[in-house]
Design a protein around this ligand. Structure first.
Ligand code: COA
Length: 169
């Protein structure tokens, strides 16, 4: 879908998914396991990256997940994801998680995460993807922040690689 396009708007691939928190998602305190939220984030973000690139994708980096408020059994969880920035073969997807109590209508922003995906060709090598054209003011702000974030991740990865090489001797 859309693999032949040379550019896309964020809204062409963005997604919203909803989940109901069931007993199997929770710990003995009836709060959700962090790993369950992380898998929902990864799934929503991967679908967005596939819609943008029109290719199968793999997660290569997950940045900055923190849980600001508990999500309870029975809550509705809204996972909103959109492409924030695009490199040559990689995409930075921003994800916002909102927990809603369906009876009171009270909602809480619980988590924000940034994931990097790489689009793959038919034999599993990175393949170049279409550009992203931010349209709204918020999208333009996310695009600029996304570029900075991607550069920081690349810098951190390079530093870590150097440290690992040093440790190996
Ligand atoms: C995806 C994969 C094939 C890319 O191979 P690679 O040798 O790193 O390829 P490259 O060095 O050409 O990098 C490709 C792109 O990914 C980016 N990238 C690679 N590793 C990254 C990382 N850890 N964090 C952020 N970006 C990364 C590069 O910056 C480059 O981006 P650009 O083309 O937009 O400039 C390889 O890293 C892989 O298979 N990883 C495992 C992915 C996986 O299995 N994930 C599932 C979860 S375990």
């Amino acid at each position: 879908m859309g693999q032949d396009k040379i550019q896309k708007l964020p809204k062409e691939s963005s997604a919203e998914m909803r989940f109901l928190v069931m007993p199997e998602h929770t710990n003995p305190q009836n709060s959700i396991f962090g790993g369950v939220v992380m898998s929902w984030i990864d799934m929503a973000a991967a679908m967005v990256a596939e819609r943008h690139s029109g290719r199968p994708v793999v997660t290569v980096h997950v940045d900055d997940i923190s849980f600001k408020a508990p999500i309870k059994i029975g809550d509705h969880v809204l996972v909103k994801a959109s492409v924030n920035y695009v490199g040559r073969t990689s995409m930075l997807v921003g994800v916002k998680v909102i927990a809603e109590n369906p009876f009171t209508g009270i909602s809480r922003h619980t988590t924000t995460a940034y994931l990097t995906f790489v689009a793959l060709d038919d034999i599993g090598r990175p393949i170049s993807i279409c550009k992203l054209v931010p349209e709204t003011e918020a999208e333009k702000r996310r695009y600029i922040q996304g570029e900075k974030r991607m550069l920081e991740v690349k810098k951190r990865n390079a530093e870590k690689l150097k440290e690992d090489e040093k440790l190996k001797g």
